[in-house]
Design a protein around this ligand. Structure first.
Ligand SMILES: Cc1cc2nc3c(=O)[nH]c(=O)nc-3n(C[C@H](O)[C@H](O)[C@H](O)COP(=O)(O)OP(=O)(O)OC[C@H]3O[C@@H](n4cnc5c(N)ncnc54)[C@H](O)[C@@H]3O)c2cc1C
Length: 258
């Protein structure tokens, strides 16, 4: 068969436009494609919610690929292993209560599970702002990462969402935008993003879950963003808390969507 380059081009433009148009109004917009955002996307999409996830980088998976200091293995505890098992991600017992998994298998399977469950993922897109009406966030403002990197004067586009999830990791980008641009009080002790503390895995694995909650009407934080927003510790390459936090935020939003 002869190949026509113009058909290849049209196919890509048409299909991409279809996907993007379908994502302009959704139940949930997730910002950040690390482990927490991906698990949240998977659980929400499984329940037939319309979910879109925006990831700034070319690759999906956030800080998971690199394991710890580029040794591409991650550690999870008992509860985290349950999440890996559910998604058929292989893990091995290291010693009582500690399991390891290959970070490439983990990140790629989380991504694949979210997409196959029906979540739409757009890589190379950054969320730079939110839309707020009557004290509630009603959507996100997106632009190409390349535009952001080149600092081009290009206006963004908008996506309407019933709920927004800040899964941006250490950066807490959505929470910071709300603090800075909306001038709003977040549901933290200080009303602001408190910022993360130094590394303490045992405590931070627990607090990641506790801190997974709504921080402003319509906006939830998950994963490392939850700890950073509420001023808890970072935890290094142990990922159970991230996976469980993604599960929890999905449950909280599903309850609200009912
Ligand atoms: C480069 C990097 C270095 C890290 N180093 C450490 C470390 O030294 N110690 C430690 O404890 N943890 C570190 N982490 C985080 C660590 O890997 C985690 O604990 C875990 O990955 C956090 O999972 P998460 O899902 O909360 O967020 P992450 O895995 O951090 O994923 C967040 C994702 O959100 C994307 N994102 C951020 N802002 C936007 C936006 N505005 N629009 C679209 N996408 C956005 C990022 O590109 C990233 O892929 C690092 C993460 C990254 C990405």
């Amino acid at each position: 068969m002869k190949l026509d380059e113009t058909i290849i081009t049209k196919a890509i433009v048409d299909r991409y436009t279809e996907k993007l148009k379908d994502a302009i109004s959704v139940d949930v917009a997730i910002v950040g494609g690390g482990p927490a955002g991906l698990v949240a996307a998977y659980h929400l999409a499984r329940k037939k919610k319309k979910v879109v996830l925006f990831e700034r980088k070319l690759s999906i998976g956030g800080g998971m690929w690199g394991g710890g200091m580029m040794f591409n293995e991650i550690v999870v505890q008992e509860e985290g292993k349950r999440v890996l098992d559910e998604l058929s991600i292989s893990s091995r017992k290291y010693q009582k209560g500690y399991y390891t998994a290959d970070s490439v298998e983990a990140a790629s399977t989380l991504c694949s599970s979210a997409v196959k469950a029906g979540a739409r993922i757009f890589n190379l897109m950054s969320v730079e702002d939110v839309m707020v009406r009557e004290g509630k966030v009603i959507g996100v403002v997106i632009n190409w990462t390349a535009v952001e990197m080149a600092q081009l004067h290009v206006d963004p586009l908008c996506v309407q969402a019933k709920y927004v999830v800040d899964a941006t990791g250490h950066a807490t980008e959505v929470a910071k935008v709300i603090e800075r641009k909306v001038g709003a009080h977040l549901f933290t002790e200080t009303g602001r993003v408190i910022g993360e503390k130094s590394l303490w895995a045992e405590v931070s694995e627990e607090t990641t879950l506790e801190n997974t909650k709504e921080i402003y009407p319509g906006v939830f934080v998950t994963g490392m963003a939850a700890n950073a927003t509420f001023g808890s510790y970072r935890m290094g390459p142990i990922f159970g808390g991230m996976l469980l936090s993604g599960e929890k935020v999905a449950k909280l939003i599903l309850k609200q969507l009912k």
